[in-house]
Design a protein around this ligand. Structure first.
Ligand code: ATP
Ligand code: MG
Length: 728
C-alpha cells in the first residue's frame, strides 16, 4: 500500500510503520533483538506530535537506563528537528517518579509527619546505617540478622509494591518475626528524616495514585500517550504504576523481547509481557522479524544459542545483510593473556591493520563482561598500553567502595601518616568508634602535632577512650604496627601481607558475614585486587601504580573503548564486540545457577543472547583456561554456552603462544557436540600444551599458597559439560 510517508518514517518496514501508526489503544511490539523496536518507539513519538495528537509534554516515555534515555532524547531531537518546543517526559521509571513525587510529597506520611517536596534520596550507605540503628533498637542480634539482608528484603517488598501493612504474614518470619515491623519503623524514620530510598520513588507514587483518585486522574489526563521500552524487565511495582496511569485512556505502547529478560534476579517479571493481551483486552500485538543490526552469522549464532531455552514465545529473525565474519571463538591461557590479546586486536582494528574489519574508531568497540571483577584485567592492560577506555554503568574497578577501603589499609600500612586513609578505615569494619571517639583522636593528634594513627596510639596509651572503643582501637593500632613492619621489610611477601591485612583487620570477614546480594561480588573484587599485586615488587610500587591509574582515569576523551557489564549493554549496539570470560562458573554464573537452578541458567543464556546481539559486524567470544576465582587459581572449562553455538557460524581461532596447536586446534576439529569431548578426543589432555598449562598453573599459584597445585583429574579423562577442574 503506497502512501505518502513523512520524512521521519522513511525506510521503516511495513510492520514498523504499523507500530508507528497504531496510535490509539494498547499496542504490544514484541520482537527480537535489533529489529528496530526502539526505533519504532521513537518514531511513534515524532508521529504523535506531527499528527497533532499530542504536544511533547503530553507524552510519557519510559526507558530502562539513563543512558538509554539520553540516547532516545538525541534520536527524538534528530527526528523532530527544531520544529517543536519542549520535550516529552522521557526517562527511567525512577527519574520520572521523582518528578511526580516532588509534587505530592506532602501526601506521604500520616499524622504530623509528612514528606516535604525537598526530600532527599538516600544512598545505600545511609540506608544501611539507618537499618542498623533500627535493628539495634529492637535488640535483634545483627550478626544473625544483618542490616544488608533487611535492606534486600525491604527492596524486594518495594519491588512488589508492598507497603509494610501489606507484607504477607508468611514473609515476616525473619528478624525474629519482626521483619514487617522493622520495615514499618524504617519507613517512619525515613519520613521523619524527609528522605526516601530508591524503591520508595515508585512505591510512594503507586500508593498516592491508589489513595487519591483525583490526583491519579490528573496524571492520566496529562499523559495521554504512554510508551515503554524494554517492557520485559518491568517489576510488579513498575507494572502497577504503568497500569494505573494507562487505564483511563489505554493509549499504551510497550515494546520488548522475552528473550532479553535479564533482571529476574531483581524482581522483574517476564510474565508481564506475556500477560499484556489479558491486561489490555483488544491490544494489537505487532511482531517485527527483520533485523537491521547484525550480520547473518552473528544473528544465527545468537538464535542458535537461545534456542536451548524452554518456554519461549519463539520468534523468527532474518536479515537482508550478507557476508560478514563468523563469530570468532578463542581460548586463552589465562585471564591476563585474554586481556592482552583483546588489547592487541583492538589496536589492530584501530590502526586499520585488519582488512576484514576495516579501520575502526575506538567508540565502535565494546567489551562486555559478565562480572565487574573481570574489568580490572582490561583496565590495567589498557592503561599500560595507553588505550583510551571508559567504564559504563558503574564505578571503575579502583573506585569501588571495597577497593578504596582495601587500598586505604595498604596505604596506611605503607605510610602511617596518611590521615585520609586512617579516617576511611579506622571504623571499617565497625570497631565501636563513634564520632566522639574519632574527635578525641583528632584532638589528641592536633594538640601534639602527630599523625592520626600516632594520635590514636597516644589516645590508647593515655586511656582516653573506654570500653569497646578502646579495645577496638588498640587492636587496630597494634595491627597497623605489625603490618607496617612487614611492609618495609623487603624479605616478606607483599601479596601475603595484603591478604593478612584484609583478614586480620576483619575487613574480609565483614563482607563474608554480609548477606546482601552484592557482598559476594565485593569479595571477588578484593581477591582480584590481591591478584593484581602479584605483578609488583612490593606494596609501595603497587600503590604508586594505582595513584597513576586513578590519575590517568581523570581526563575526558572522546574516542574510547567501552567496557561494561552485559546487563548495562541492553538496548545498545556496537560494530565490534568482545565477549570475554565464557567459562562455566563465571558465565553461566555459578551463583545464579545455585540460587535459581534451571531458571537461573536460562536467564544467563538470555544474557548471552543479549551480548551477542549487541554486535553489528564482529563478535568475538573468548575464555581462559585459568582464572583466579574465589581466591584460587582454577582451571576453568569453556562455558556450556560455547558448546551451544551453532558450529557453522563460528570460527575457532588459535591462540598465540603457549598452547597454540593444543586446545585451539582441537576445538577446530568439528564433529562432536561437546567442546570437552572434542578436546578429549584430540587427546588434548595428554598434549604437551595441556601439561605446560598445568605446570604454569602450579608455578603461578605456588608463591601465594605455598602448595603446588594438582589438577584433580587424570590426564586424558573425559569431562562432561559442567564438570569443574579444581585445585585442592
Ligand atoms: P534491542 O532489542 O537490542 O533493543 P531494537 O529492536 O530496539 O533492539 P533498534 O535499536 O531500534 O532495535 O534498531 C537496531 C538498529 O537497526 C539501529 O541501528 C536502527 O537504527 C536500525 N534500524 C531499525 N529499523 C531500521 C530500518 N527500517 N531500516 C534501517 N535500519 C533500521
Ligand atoms: Mg531497543
Amino acid at each position: 500500500a503506497a502512501r505518502p510517508a513523512a520524512d521521519y518514517m522513511a525506510g521503516l518496514n511495513a510492520a514498523q510503520c504499523a507500530a508507528v501508526e497504531a496510535l490509539d489503544g494498547p499496542v504490544l511490539l514484541l520482537a527480537g533483538a535489533g529489529t528496530g523496536k526502539t526505533r519504532a518507539l521513537t518514531t511513534r513519538i515524532a508521529h504523535l506530535i506531527a499528527m497533532g495528537r499530542a504536544r511533547p509534554g503530553d507524552i510519557l516515555a519510559v526507558t530502562f537506563t539513563n543512558k538509554a534515555a539520553r540516547e532516545m532524547k538525541e534520536r527524538i531531537a534528530r527526528l523532530m528537528g527544531e520544529t517543536v518546543e519542549g520535550m516529552p517526559w522521557l526517562g527511567t521509571f525512577h527519574s520520572i517518579s521523582v518528578k511526580i513525587l516532588r509534587r505530592h510529597a506532602e501526601l506521604v506520611g500520616s499524622g504530623t509527619m509528612h514528606l516535604k517536596p525537598s526530600f532527599t534520596i538516600l544512598d545505600t550507605d545511609d540506608q544501611l546505617r539507618l537499618l542498623k540503628q533500627l535493628i539495634a533498637a529492637e535488640n535483634i542480634d545483627e550478626k544473625r540478622w544483618p542490616a544488608r539482608m533487611l535492606a534486600g528484603l525491604i527492596d524486594g517488598w518495594k519491588n512488589r509494591a508492598l507497603t509494610p501493612s501489606r507484607v504477607p504474614p508468611g514473609e515476616s518470619h525473619a528478624y525474629d518475626g519482626r521483619g514487617a515491623a522493622l520495615y514499618a519503623a524504617y519507613q517512619e524514620r525515613l519520613i521523619a528524616l524527609n528522605a526516601v530510598d530508591f524503591g520508595d520513588l515508585l512505591l510512594h507514587c503507586v500508593t498516592i495514585f491508589q489513595a487519591h483518585p483525583d490526583i491519579l486522574a490528573r496524571w492520566q489526563q496529562r499523559f495521554s500517550y504512554i510508551l515503554v521500552d524494554e517492557y520485559q524487565d518491568t517489576n510488579a511495582a513498575q507494572y502497577l504504576w504503568l497500569r494505573l496511569l494507562a487505564q483511563a485512556h489505554r493509549n499504551i505502547c510497550c515494546v520488548g523481547d522475552d528473550d532479553q529478560s535479564i533482571y529476574g534476579w531483581r524482581g522483574a517479571e517476564v510474565g508481564n509481557i506475556l500477560r499484556f493481551e489479558q491486561d489490555f483486552p483488544g491490544a494489537q500485538v505487532i511482531r517485527l522479524e527483520q533485523n537491521y543490526r547484525s550480520t547473518p552469522h552473528i544473528l544465527a549464532a545468537a538464535s542458535g544459542l537461545i534456542a536451548s531455552n524452554k518456554g519461549r514465545l519463539g520468534k523468527t529473525l532474518w536479515t537482508e545483510a550478507e557476508g560478514g565474519e563468523r563469530v570468532r571463538l578463542i581460548g586463552h591461557w589465562d585471564s591476563e593473556a585474554e586481556a592482552r590479546w583483546i588489547g592487541e586486536e583492538i589496536e589492530a582494528f584501530h590502526g586499520g591493520h585488519r582488512a576484514a574489519v576495516g579501520k575502526r574508531d575506538l567508540n565502535d568497540i565494546a567489551i562486555l563482561v559478565r562480572a565487574t571483577h573481570q574489568m580490572r584485567a582490561f583496565e590495567d592492560r589498557f592503561l599500560s598500553i595507553g588505550l583510551p577506555y571508559r567504564v559504563i554503568g558503574g564505578p571503575r574497578f579502583y573506585e569501588r567502595q571495597e577497593i578504596r577501603d582495601a587500598l586505604a589499609y595498604f596505604r596506611l600500612a605503607v605510610s602511617p601518616a596518611d590521615d585520609l586513609a586512617f579516617e576511611r578505615v579506622v571504623n571499617v569494619p565497625k570497631r565501636g568508634l563513634g564520632e566522639k571517639a574519632v574527635q578525641t583522636i583528632q584532638r589528641e593528634a592536633r594538640e601534639r602535632g602527630l599523625s592520626l594513627l600516632e594520635g590514636a596510639a597516644a589516645a590508647v596509651q593515655a586511656g582516653a577512650l573506654s570500653g569497646k572503643a578502646a579495645a577496638g582501637l588498640r587492636e587496630f593500632v597494634q595491627g597497623m604496627g605489625r603490618w607496617h613492619a612487614d611492609a618495609i621489610d623487603s624479605q616478606s611477601s607483599h601479596v601475603e601481607l595484603a591478604e593478612r591485612i584484609l583478614d586480620e583487620s576483619g575487613y574480609t570477614a565483614m563482607w563474608q558475614n554480609d548477606r546482601s546480594p552484592d557482598a559476594p561480588g565485593r569479595l571477588d573484587n578484593l581477591k582480584e585486587l590481591v591478584k593484581a599485586l602479584e605483578g609488583f615488587e612490593n606494596l609501595q610500587g603497587f600503590l604508586e601504580h594505582i595513584a597513576l591509574v586513578m590519575d590517568a582515569a581523570e581526563g575526558e576523551q572522546s574516542d574510547e573503548v567501552s567496557i561494561m557489564t552485559l546487563h548495562a549493554a541492553k538496548g545498545l549496539e556496537f560494530p565490534v564486540v568482545f565477549l570475554p570470560g565464557w567459562e562455566d562458573g563465571l558465565f553461566p554464573s555459578q551463583r545464579s545457577m545455585d540460587e535459581s537452578g534451571l531458571k537461573g541458567l536460562e536467564e544467563e543464556r538470555r544474557l548471552a543472547y543479549v551480548g551477542i546481539t549487541r554486535a553489528e559486524d564482529l563478535a568475538t567470544i573468548s575464555f581462559a583456561g585459568n582464572r583466579r576465582m574465589y581466591g584460587q587459581w582454577q582451571s576453568s572449562l569453556p562455558s556450556r554456552f560455547v558448546d551451544e553455538l551453532p558450529e557453522d557460524h563460528v570460527e575457532v581461532l588459535t591462540p598465540p603462544g603457549l598452547y597454540g596447536g593444543g586446545f585451539g586446534a582441537a576445538m577446530a576439529q568439528a564433529g562432536t557436540t561437546s567442546m570437552h569431548e572434542r578436546a578429549a578426543r584430540a587427546d588434548v589432555y595428554n598434549s604437551p600444551g595441556w601439561k605446560r598449562m598445568q605446570d604454569r598453573a602450579a608455578e603461578r599459584a605456588a608463591p601465594v599458597h605455598r602448595t603446588p597445585i594438582v589438577i584433580d583429574a587424570e590426564p586424558g579423562a573425559r569431562f562432561s559439560v559442567g564438570d569443574r577442574v579444581t585445585h585442592p
